[in-house]
Each structure stands twice: as structure tokens, then as C-alpha cells.
Design a protein around this ligand. Structure first.
Ligand SMILES: [Zn+2]
Length: 455
């Protein structure tokens, strides 16, 4: 029982469903127009045409079906036993779910694919299972002074409202208005071109913050102090930065998703260290670069000896943040003390963490860098964050997986811990199915991880 196979089966089921609908519509139309004398012939011809088109569109997925087959054969020996146990467990869980539904009225609503929108659907499901954000939209947003029917935040609110509407009998929802609105505001999302979930998350967080920001009209008297940065020490720089940021930014998004990133630059000539700060709402790890680094310091033995890239541990990614990079040549940075461009050692580190931490496992644009990333369900960042306000443990609640050989093609699905019943589900466009915790098996396809701080 390969999970990838389940994903693809569901994907094809959704395709067949949409084919069926378009066939029925077309037949009805032709019958109305008097074009068809025989309903039976019409069904046959039209069906074979649609299937041909669909198959040519999905050659990547066909390719994957073959690969899945290979994997299955390799694993078959010990897989049968596992399969039985898994099936038993799933049956048990199904029973549990029925009970939970009665008690907590869990809501599991898929999103229809409205033209290569799997990237959007996966993103919306993950964000909508971000508990505090959804509570805000369902309870507070309608009474906010920033409530405005012409804004993206309003369209997002409508999606959230529909996804958590218990009166819909878990029927899939079509986020047409949301798609239309983001297409209008950003040409990247217009049309039916395939897109990247990461681009949508970045755009959406920034836009929602801008629209919901209560402090956007605050006048800034002097924000040039960062540039004067002569001999100011780190704490002074930090205080200035945080005060300025708070004066200008106040939204549910900045409350939940923004942390402070520290940046240091040490001049190689005069040894002066310059401190800077900026906010971040996601952390990006370049997996290929990280593997190369660990290879260069002798921590990767099997690298290049077989055709597989070595696995990466998520903690190794956080460790890599502490590595200093030499900025020379074109990348030289201006030193205030030497009063010229100088070579320097640069690093950025997590100064403080947001309550909701989004991690992008960057596998490159174009050809996907395939490697497994081991990510824990409970992530302990105590050693990786400078400002320790609490235990700094995070709980995984959503994962976006990407299936396909290139970042701009293929299929996106989301695994989310449902905010009501706290169980893991696979959200594959219109389909929502109970599943195991993705930490256990989705190491090779995980693309974006969503963690929430444990209070
Ligand atoms: Zn210098």
C-alpha cells in the first residue's frame, strides 16, 4: 500500500469525475442542439477524445505511476504484512472518526480543482488548518474595521467560512471567487498555468498583512538609523528595529507568522561586526546546497557513490543557518569603518521565532532535487533561536507535498492535522482521506512544512 499510489489514484479519480461531468454536459448540449442522433455513439466518441487529451496532459503522472510500480515490486516482500496491519489500523481509525464526527463534528471539505489549481488548494487547506488564523477569520474578521468586500482578505474569509461550514455535508467547494481575485491582483496566478504553492503563500501572507494592518498609517519620523549604523551595539540596533517594526505593523499575520531574523557581517580587514535585523515569515532551506556543505566538511560519506542524494535531517538545516559565508568579489559589502567595499563573513540566524513557522524545503527551480528530509513531529528549536521566550517546541500540523520532476509541473497535495478532530488527513483537491502522520513516510516529497508553537 504505497501512499504515493493512493495520491495518484485519488488524482485520477478526480480526473475521471470531471471527465464524467463534462461528458454529461456535452451530451446534454448536443442533444439540445439536435447534433446527435445516437446518445450511445456520442458518449463513446467523446469519452475517448477526453481520455486522450487527459493522458497527454498527464504524461508526468503516468511516468510516476510506472515508478510507483517499481517501488512496489521492490518492497513487496515485507510490504504484505505491513499492509494488513495498516488496513486494520485504518479500519480502527475509521471507527474512531465516526465517533468523533458525532462528538466534535469534524468538518472535512475538499476543494475542487478549477484548472491546475492543486497548488492553490493545497495552500488553502494548510492555512485554513492554522488554528489561530482560522479562529480570527471566523470570529473576529467580520467585525474588523478592515473588513472590505473588495479585498483579497474578504475572498480568503469566504473560503475559510465555506471550508468550516458544517452544513455542507463535506461536499467539495469551488474557490472560484478567490482564484479570480488573486488572478486580478497578481498576474502570476492568472490563467490556468501551473504555479508554485510557495509563491502563493508568500504573496498571500504579505497581502493579508497589508490589508489587515491596523498601524499602516503611522508616520515614520526617522527610519534611517540603520544606515547610520556606525558603532551601535547589537542590543541598541535590535531595540530600534523592534520598536520601529511594532509602530508600523500590527495584524493577525504579523502576530502569528512573523519572526525576527538577525544578520551579521564581519569585515575581514578591520574585524568590525555590523548587526542588522529584518522580519521573516518563512524559512527557506536549499537542500542541494546543504548536502554539498556537509559533504565538504566530511559529514557525507555516501554522496556521489550511488545515484541517490543523501538524506537530510531537518536539524541539519537549522545548523546550517549558523554557517558563515565569505562575501567577496561581486558580493562585497560596504564597511562603515574602512569606508569602502570589503570582504566580509556573513550569516543570518533566527533571532526570534513566530508562533507559526513555515519551512520551505527548496528543491530548486526547474529540475527537482530529490532527497529525503527527516522532519520530526515535535521540533525543538531551543538551540537554534537566540531569543528564548519559552520552551520553543513546535508541533507539525500541515505539510505540502509536491509530486513531479520539475517545480513548475506535477501535482500538489496537502497533509493536515484537522483543527477540529486533530487527526491527519490527505487533502487531494476534492478528496479528503484519513491518513498516517506524514513524518513517517513523506520524506522525499515534502516541500513546505507548517509548525505551530506548543504553548
Ligand atoms: Zn572594515
Amino acid at each position: 500500500m504505497s501512499t504515493l499510489k493512493n495520491v495518484l489514484c485519488n488524482y485520477f479519480c478526480s480526473k475521471v469525475e470531471s471527465m464524467r461531468n463534462s461528458i454529461i454536459n456535452n451530451i446534454d448540449k448536443n442533444l439540445k442542439d439536435g447534433k446527435s442522433s445516437s446518445k450511445k455513439d456520442n458518449i463513446k466518441d467523446y469519452y475517448s477524445l477526453v481520455v486522450k487529451e487527459e493522458l497527454s496532459d498527464n504524461f508526468i503522472l503516468n511516468d510516476y505511476m510506472e515508478k510507483v510500480h517499481d517501488i512496489d515490486e521492490e518492497e513487496n516482500d515485507n510490504e504484505d504484512e505491513k499492509e494488513d496491519i495498516l488496513e486494520e489500523m485504518q479500519e480502527d481509525r475509521k471507527g474512531d472518526i465516526q465517533e468523533d464526527k458525532m462528538e466534535k463534528e469534524s468538518i472535512l471539505r475538499g476543494l475542487n480543482n478549477i484548472g491546475a489549481t492543486c497548488y492553490m488548494n493545497a495552500t488553502l487547506q494548510c492555512l485554513s488548518n492554522s488554528e489561530d488564523l482560522t479562529n480570527y477569520f471566523l470570529k473576529k474578521y467580520p467585525n474588523e474595521p478592515n473588513f472590505d468586500k473588495n479585498k483579497i482578505s474578504y475572498e480568503y474569509y469566504k473560503v475559510v467560512q465555506n471550508l468550516w461550514d458544517k452544513n455542507n455535508n463535506n461536499k467539495p467547494y469551488s474557490p472560484n471567487d478567490f482564484k479570480e481575485k488573486i488572478s486580478e491582483e497578481n498576474p502570476l496566478f492568472a490563467g490556468i498555468a501551473a504555479n508554485d504553492s510557495k509563491d502563493l503563500i508568500i504573496f498571500l501572507l504579505e497581502r493579508l498583512h497589508k490589508e489587515l494592518n491596523a498601524n499602516k498609517n503611522v508616520n515614520i519620523i526617522n527610519n534611517n538609523i540603520n544606515n547610520q549604523a556606525l558603532q551601535l551595539d547589537k542590543n541598541i540596533m535590535l531595540n530600534i528595529f523592534i520598536n520601529e517594526f511594532k509602530e508600523q505593523n500590527n495584524s493577525i499575520i504579523s502576530d502569528l507568522f512573523y519572526g525576527v531574523l538577525g544578520i551579521t557581517n564581519k569585515c575581514t580587514k578591520c574585524n568590525h561586526t555590523k548587526y542588522n535585523f529584518q522580519v521573516y515569515n518563512y524559512v527557506e532551506f536549499y537542500l542541494e546546497k546543504i548536502n554539498q556543505y556537509y559533504f565538504s566538511i566530511g559529514k557525507r560519506n555516501n554522496f556521489m557513490f550511488n545515484n541517490k542524494n543523501p538524506d537530510i535531517d531537518l536539524y541539519e538545516c537549522f545548523n546550517y543557518l549558523n554557517v558563515f559565508e565569505l562575501m567577496n568579489g561581486e558580493n562585497q559589502i560596504f564597511c562603515n569603518i574602512c569606508n569602502s567595499l570589503c570582504d566580509s563573513y556573513y550569516n543570518s540566524y533566527l533571532f526570534s521565532s513566530p508562533n507559526y513557522l513555515i519551512i520551505n524545503l527548496n528543491r530548486g527551480r526547474g529540475a527537482v532535487y530529490e532527497c529525503k528530509v527527516n522532519f520530526p513531529e515535535i521540533l525543538d528549536l531551543y538551540n537554534f533561536i537566540e531569543y528564548k521566550s519559552s520552551r520553543l517546541q513546535f508541533e507539525l500540523y500541515a505539510v505540502i507535498c509536491h509530486i513531479g520532476e520539475s517545480s513548475m509541473e506535477g501535482h500538489f497535495v496537502a497533509y493536515c492535522k484537522n483543527r477540529l478532530d486533530k487527526k491527519w488527513y490527505l487533502y487531494n483537491d476534492a478528496f479528503v482521506n484519513l491518513c498516517e502522520n506524514p513524518c513517517e513516510y513523506q520524506k522525499g516529497m515534502a516541500y513546505i512544512l507548517f509548525y505551530k508553537i506548543i504553548q
